[in-house]
Design a binder for this molecule. Structure first.
Ligand code: ATR
Length: 276
């Protein structure tokens, strides 16, 4: 078996996906390559996609800002991708392009990988902060895994309602989240707030000791949000593991083989620190 894989998005020059998937190819003994196909905003998206179609590929990942834009070019959508209205993985099967979304389930697997006891606690009360694309994926990932006590907090509550529509989840303001953060078992920061800044989406002064606090931002790995969570006795979950697990799910869709990610968490941290 040989797999020719790509990543489309912009900007992607610093993406860690080639490193991750190259490791997966080696680990599974499959030949092939995972390369970048950057599509700049000024490029014609449809022309770029047609050139991709003309190349001999087995699948590709889609990242920001094309996770929605790719949908009209696909022949079929998996149910999760349809629910999320976004695609991060495309597999080519008999010439057909089929879209999946492994972000949400990848995130939940990453969280359960770190805190396996959560698998038995489907009634855990979970606070999601943010209502962007990542929040949508994680929200549906949690629901799919059977977690039904989810509250979403966002600066713009209408955006939160657009995500939770048709479910039992409630939507609150960030001020309310800050006040009530002590009432949750798990707090998940899904927005880009904290990426390369010291900003925090909410203050964690009221956090209860022992709460699991997760931040999907991994640049820096130790966001101020997680630092404050640690000071308050929270149990931490770092964002880079989401990257690893969503990639694992994507690779399994392409290769139809299981890939063992043991040891890759630590190796990824070294990559994030610039290979040192
Ligand atoms: P996406 O996940 O779609 O790529 P993102 O930029 O990573 O988007 O994250 C968007 C989320 O970050 C939104 O929840 C946004 O809040 P709004 O819906 O109110 O815009 C949130 N966000 C971004 N900057 C913020 C800030 N300064 N304070 C609070 N929330 C912020």
């Amino acid at each position: 078996m040989s797999l020719q894989l790509k990543l489309i998005g912009f900007p992607i020059q610093h993406s860690l996906s080639p490193w991750i998937h190259q490791s997966f190819l080696e680990r599974t003994g499959i030949e092939g390559a995972y390369t970048l196909h950057e599509i700049a905003p000024e490029d014609s998206f449809s022309e770029q996609i047609e050139s991709l179609r003309a190349s001999d590929i087995d699948g590709f990942n889609v990242t920001v800002p094309y996770k929605q834009k790719i949908i009209p070019f696909l022949d079929q959508l998996d149910i999760t991708a349809e629910l999320m209205g976004a695609v991060n993985t495309v597999v080519v099967e008999d010439g057909k392009w089929i879209g999946y979304n492994t972000d949400g389930t990848g995130y939940v697997q990453a969280l359960l990988g770190k805190y396996p006891e959560l698998a038995e606690k489907k009634h855990a009360s979970i606070l999601l902060l943010g209502a962007g694309g990542a929040a949508r994926g994680i929200f549906h990932g949690l629901l799919r895994e059977g977690y039904n006590k989810v509250t979403l907090a966002n600066r713009t509550t209408a955006k939160g309602q657009a995500i939770t529509e048709g479910t039992q989840a409630s939507v609150i303001t960030l001020d309310r989240a800050e006040e009530s953060v002590g009432e949750y078992d798990v707090v998940i920061q899904t927005s880009s707030v904290g990426m390369n800044t010291e900003k925090q989406i909410i203050d964690l002064q009221n956090l209860t000791e022992g709460t699991i606090v997760s931040d999907i931002v991994y640049q820096p790995l130790e966001t101020n949000f997680l630092k404050q969570a640690a000071e308050k006795g929270g149990r931490l979950h770092y964002g880079h593991t989401m990257l690893l697990y969503q990639a694992q799910k994507a690779f399994e869709i392409w290769s139809k083989k299981e890939v063992n990610i043991k040891g890759m968490d630590e190796a990824l941290i070294i990559q994030l620190r610039g290979g040192r």
